[in-house]
Structure formats: C-alpha cells, structure tokens
Design a protein around this ligand. Structure first.
Ligand code: IPE
Ligand code: IPE
Ligand code: MG
Length: 233
C-alpha cells in the first residue's frame, strides 16, 4: 500500500464502472429534498474519479442517469437535468485540466438542446487526449445499447462479437474489470450488461455522497487479491 492508501503494485483494474446509488436516501436521512442528495452526489464525483486515476485506473464509467430514471416524478427528473445543465462543466473541468478525456454513453437526444450543446462541448475538449477517460452514462440502458449495437452490426451485414462490440458505446475502451455499486442494492440495474461479463463486482451499503477514497482503496486492494478465472481452471 502507498502512504495515501492506494495499492502500489499488482493488478490495478483498467476500467471501473460505478453505479452511484443512494443519493435520495442520503437526502431523506437529513430531511432534505432528493435533489439535495443528487447535488451532494455530484460533488463526490471528481474526488473519487481523481483517486481512481491516481491509483492507475485508465477509465471510469459513471452511471449518472438511466433510461428508467427518466420515468421518475417530473420534479425529480427536472432537477436532475438541471444539475447536468449547471454542474457537468464544473465537475469535468478539473479532470479535463489533468488531461482526462470525457466521453458519453446513452441516448443523448433525450436532453433539451442547451444540455446537448454542453455535452458536445465537453466531449470536444481534449477529444484527442491520450490521458485517462471518464465515460458518463446519461439516459443509458444496457439493453438498449446491445439492441442498438446489434442493429448497427446487422446493417453492416455481419453480426459477430467483434462487429457488435465495435458498435457499443464502450468501443475502444479497456475491458470492464470492476463494477462498484454504492447504496446497498445488489443488482446491475441495466448498467453495462454486455461489458459486465467477467467484471468483479463490489457492493457497499455506503450511500454515494458518503463514499470516500479510503473505501475505494480498500476495494482496489481486494480486487488485487481476487482470483479471476474467465472460465478456465
Ligand atoms: C442514484 O441515487 C442517482 C440516480 C439514480 C440519478 P438515487 O436517486 O437512486 O438514490 P436512492 O436509491 O433513491 O437512495
Ligand atoms: C441505478 O440506480 C441508476 C443510477 C445510479 C444512475 P437506480 O436507483 O435507478 O436503480 P434501482 O431502481 O434501485 O434498480
Ligand atoms: Mg437508487
């Protein structure tokens, strides 16, 4: 272990997916509106992604808004879209300044034009960068991603694992080695269903706004000790 708690040697996951769950309960516990939990959740993102990058992780995919989340009560959806509108740029600025590239996964056409413009601008910044990658899943559905990729592969006349994978949002990203879900639920909730085939799964009861670096480092240390077999002996 390094002095900052991160693992120093061995197997560092190249790509981590994070299901950032528990914002609503974090707020309810404090008698605050759910939107306050989402704000607290956004504040936690840069710290955790930076810590993952500093530990040697190359790519982090963040589950920020699922296609199903769009069917929450209008007031909550509006507050989430507004948070994206106001906080996406400040949230990604520090990571981009450090050399990271920000990309997006999901059906972004769902969002109002001004939000689409913000997303486009962020994706254009450092687009040629060779640094670490932050992949933000917005209006994302794992099933829809697979159906879309299969349809695009079929259009090209050749459905194979390779042609399908080329049409996933994660094309070109490293294998998804690890998935972290905060908030206590033990399910994938339609996150990276294809990519999760051999991911190591980590679940914690900690609510996303409370998830800190030390817990991330503990998980990275455990990942280092897990024996991955990929179906072999
Ligand atoms: C996750 O937190 C963030 C989003 C889904 C946008 P939740 O809003 O699901 O929080 P809980 O699960 O209700 O506590
Ligand atoms: C998953 O959390 C989606 C995000 C974290 C963005 P949900 O809170 O939507 O998942 P369920 O409803 O508990 O399965
Ligand atoms: Mg939830």
């Amino acid at each position: 272990m390094r002095s900052d708690g991160a693992t120093d040697s061995g197997n560092i996951p190249k790509h981590i997916g994070i299901i950032m769950d528990g914002n609503g309960r974090w707020a309810s516990k404090r008698l605050l509106p759910r939107s306050a939990g989402h704000r607290a959740g956004v504040k936690n993102i840069t710290k955790i992604v930076s810590a993952a990058f500093d530990s040697g992780v190359d790519c982090v995919t963040l589950y920020a808004f699922s296609t199903e989340n769009a069917f929450r009560p209008e007031q909550e959806v509006n507050s989430l879209v507004d948070l994206i509108r106001k906080q996406l740029k400040p949230m990604t600025r520090e990571l981009i300044e450090k050399g990271a590239r920000v990309i997006f996964s999901g059906d972004l056409s769902y969002f109002p034009n001004d939000v689409c413009e913000i997303i486009k601008e962020i994706a254009t910044e450092n687009a040629d960068g060779w640094g670490q990658i932050v992949n933000i899943a917005l209006n994302y559905s794992g099933r829809t991603e697979i159906v879309r990729a299969a349809a695009l592969a079929a259009e090209s006349g050749n459905v194979t694992a390779e042609s399908l994978e080329r049409n996933l949002y994660t094309n070109g990203l490293p294998e998804l080695d690890m998935i972290i879900r905060t908030g206590g639920e033990k399910r994938l909730s339609n996150f990276l269903l294809y990519q999760a085939a051999y991911s190591e799964l980590f679940f914690t009861d900690t609510l996303w706004p409370d998830f800190g670096k030390s817990e991330l480092f503990d998980m990275l240390a455990e990942f280092n000790h897990r024996q991955r077999k990929f179906g072999k002996v």
